[in-house]
Design a protein around this ligand. Structure first.
Ligand code: ATP
Length: 342
């Protein structure tokens, strides 16, 4: 008999609470044996007079090791440091794994897109170290370390082995950023040669790589890149399969894992009840699969399979939210999935 597994739930802000509620309802309806530990972060925490990234939330993730997280708003040009960046750095969630796949019922320019973006999550241009040297002169530091790059490279190759994927492609700009991207590239190449030489591997200068990606994304398999490139290319790749409403993600370290959609808090549609909960739902399925790999509980696995089949069926039969050309709202889509659970 299964026990209930604790999962930290960070609903986030903007569309976060709406999509989180829909996803929790679906996971519960599917019989996933989870106990939700609700924690605050971002604007929701500030509203309650807490820090933007409360220590108690970090402690909860460290204690329970797994979290499902809605998006948190990042103010542009001022205000606090990104909650998402803080969380990833403070919990050392160094690997963002983001599968980008075509879905039946979501027609786009390309069929059969099936790639995975592996984004380094703690270094690069998102080090958060910016300085005004003198008035009118600002610098932003790009941090690349051998250790940080080797661990993400190892994680990407291990992912390829475990999932029986085909190839790793590194996006970089080492022709211009010879030292920082140069070190990134050299470190990945070392891990490839020393530990994973049997796995096909190539590199692309990022601008040319992006052009090839939009020309024919089916030619790519697993992509590895530094933090900032990974952020941009994830959204670009989302656009190839139907948009931000359909791309899930995970942030994984050695101990802890936080699952969240690639999209942000979408303030333009927040509170209207129209956001697509699918990306967070897919992140929830990734979370269940991760938990199953750890605890082997068949009930967890069954819930993941049932949800996946149900959302695929709903999409294929035309039950979709507005961003995908459908007419359902957030709750309507959640109900359409729940109705198809087996
Ligand atoms: P951030 O900088 O926080 O990562 P972002 O730049 O990726 O955010 P989003 O907040 O994700 O921006 O929104 C980008 C656009 O995509 C907006 O027009 C938003 O309404 C739309 N969008 C994002 N997520 C969803 C969703 N789940 N359902 C429908 N539309 C969405």
């Amino acid at each position: 008999m299964s026990s209930k597994y604790p999962v930290v739930l960070i609903a986030g802000d903007g569309i976060g609470p709406e999509v989180s509620k829909a996803v929790v309802n679906i996971l519960e309806a599917a019989g996933a044996p989870l106990e939700w530990i609700a924690c605050d972060a971002g604007l929701a925490a500030l509203d309650k007079g807490k820090e933007v990234m409360p220590e108690e939330t970090l402690e909860a993730v460290k204690k329970h090791h797994v979290a499902l997280k809605g998006p948190c708003t990042t103010p542009v040009g001022k205000g606090f440091t990104s909650v998402n960046v803080q969380l990833r750095k403070k919990l050392n969630l160094f690997a963002a794994i983001r599968p980008v796949r075509s879905l039946e019922g979501v027609p786009t320019r390309y069929e059969n897109v099936d790639m995975v973006i592996v984004r380094e999550n703690t270094e690069g241009l998102y080090s958060g170290v910016e300085n005004e040297i003198i008035k009118g002169l600002v610098t932003s530091m790009k941090v690349v370390t051998v250790d940080g790059t080797e661990r993400i490279a190892r994680r990407a190759f291990q992912y390829i082995q475990k999932r029986e994927r085909e190839k790793l492609t590194v996006f970089h700009k080492a022709n211009i950023m010879k030292m920082s991207d140069g070190l990134f590239l050299k470190s990945v190449e070392k891990i490839h040669q020393d530990e994973f030489a049997e796995i096909p591997y190539d590199t692309q200068i990022i601008d040319a790589g992006c052009m090839k990606l939009v020309q024919d994304p089916t030619k790519f398999d697993v992509l590895l890149m530094e933090n900032f490139y990974g952020d941009v290319v994830s959204d670009l790749a989302a656009g190839l399969v139907g948009g931000l409403g359909v791309v899930p993600g995970s942030n994984i370290g050695f101990e802890d894992a936080v699952f969240e959609a690639v999209h942000g808090s979408a303030p333009d549609i927040a509170g209207k009840g129209v956001a697509n909960p699918l990306a967070l739902l897919m992140s929830g399925v990734m979370m269940l699969n991760h938990m199953y790999e750890t605890n082997g509980d068949k009930q967890i696995h069954a819930a993941a399979e049932s949800i996946k089949a149900a959302y695929n069926k709903a999409l294929a039969e035309g039950d979709k939210t507005g961003d995908l050309g459908g007419s359902l709202d957030t709750d309507g889509f959640a109900k359409a999935v729940i109705k198809r659970l087996t």
